[in-house]
Write a protein that binds this ligand. Structure first.
Ligand SMILES: [Zn+2]
Length: 244
C-alpha cells in the first residue's frame, strides 16, 4: 500500500495481537485511502472485540472512519467492566473452553457450550440468534461479522480464564443455581423423590440438594464438593461485590 501515511499506536494489552515492531510504540503505516480504520486495525491483528476507543489526533472516531494522511491514531483496549447493552448478559463458549463453561455455570452464569465442534459459522450464528457473547481464543472466530458480541480469552489456564471473564464483564453471580452439565436451571430436590436414581452409598451418605430442570441430573454434596466450593468462595470474595 502506498496511500495516505498515518501513525498508529496500540494499548499495551493489545500488544499480543500485533507484530512485535508495533508493540509499545507509535509506528508509521501506509493505508490504502479506502479501508476503514476498523479494517486497518483488524488487518494489523487486533480483533475489534478487544478494541475500545479509537482516537484520531486525540478525538474519538467510529471504526467506519477512513484514515487520512497525517492522522495520528491511538487504539485503546476495551474498558473493564465492559457493558454489553441490548440483552441480558449470557455467553457462548467454543469447543476448547469446556472447563471455563462448567465453572461459569457453577457460579450461575448462563454459559452455552457444546463439547462437539459445530464450526465457526454455526457458533457465530448462535451468538447472533441468542444474543450471546462469544468467548474464544480463536481470533478468526472473533472476526466474524455475525457475532452479537465477542471476547478473546487471554489465558490457557481455566483459573485465569474465569477471573478474566468475571473481571471483564462482572456478571451477576448466583452459585449452585445452574446445571454444570447442560446449563439448565437447578431446582431444589427432595431426597425421597430422587432416591431411586442414586447409588446406595450416595443415598446413605449425602444430602441431595438440587436437580436440573432440563436434564434431570441430580446434585449432592459429594466428593468434588470441597473443590467446587473453593472456586465459588474465591469468586464471591473477589467478584461478588462488583456484580451486586
Ligand atoms: Zn442439566
Amino acid at each position: 500500500m502506498n496511500g495516505p501515511e498515518i501513525h498508529i499506536s496500540f494499548a499495551p494489552e493489545l500488544g499480543l495481537f500485533v507484530a512485535a515492531p508495533r508493540r509499545h510504540r507509535r509506528t508509521a503505516l501506509a493505508t490504502d485511502g479506502v479501508s476503514t480504520l476498523g479494517h486497518v486495525v483488524e488487518s494489523l491483528g487486533a480483533p475489534l472485540t478487544e478494541v475500545g476507543a479509537l482516537l484520531v489526533n486525540g478525538a474519538p472516531v467510529a471504526p467506519s472512519h477512513v484514515p487520512a494522511a497525517g492522522e495520528d491514531v491511538e487504539v485503546r483496549g476495551v474498558q473493564r467492566p465492559q457493558e454489553v447493552p441490548g440483552a441480558p448478559l449470557r455467553f457462548l463458549l467454543d469447543v476448547h473452553l469446556g472447563t471455563l463453561a462448567r465453572r461459569l455455570r457453577l457460579l450461575g452464569v448462563d454459559a452455552a457450550y457444546e463439547s462437539e465442534d459445530i464450526g465457526d459459522a454455526a457458533l457465530a450464528a448462535q451468538s447472533a440468534r441468542e444474543r450471546r457473547v462469544m468467548l474464544s481464543r480463536d481470533r478468526g472466530l472473533l472476526r466474524r461479522r455475525e457475532l452479537w458480541a465477542g471476547a478473546y480469552v487471554y489465558s490457557h489456564r481455566p483459573d485465569d480464564q474465569l477471573r478474566d471473564v468475571l473481571e471483564r464483564f462482572a456478571p451477576p453471580l448466583a452459585p449452585w443455581t445452574r446445571c454444570t452439565a447442560c446449563n439448565g436451571r437447578l431446582t431444589e430436590a427432595d431426597k425421597d423423590t430422587v432416591r431411586e436414581r442414586l447409588e446406595h452409598g450416595t443415598r446413605r451418605t449425602y444430602d441431595v440438594f438440587a436437580q436440573c430442570t432440563a436434564c434431570d441430573r441430580v446434585y449432592w454434596r459429594g466428593a468434588h464438593h470441597a473443590r467446587l466450593d473453593a472456586i465459588v468462595r474465591a469468586a464471591l470474595r473477589d467478584f461478588g461485590d462488583a456484580a451486586a
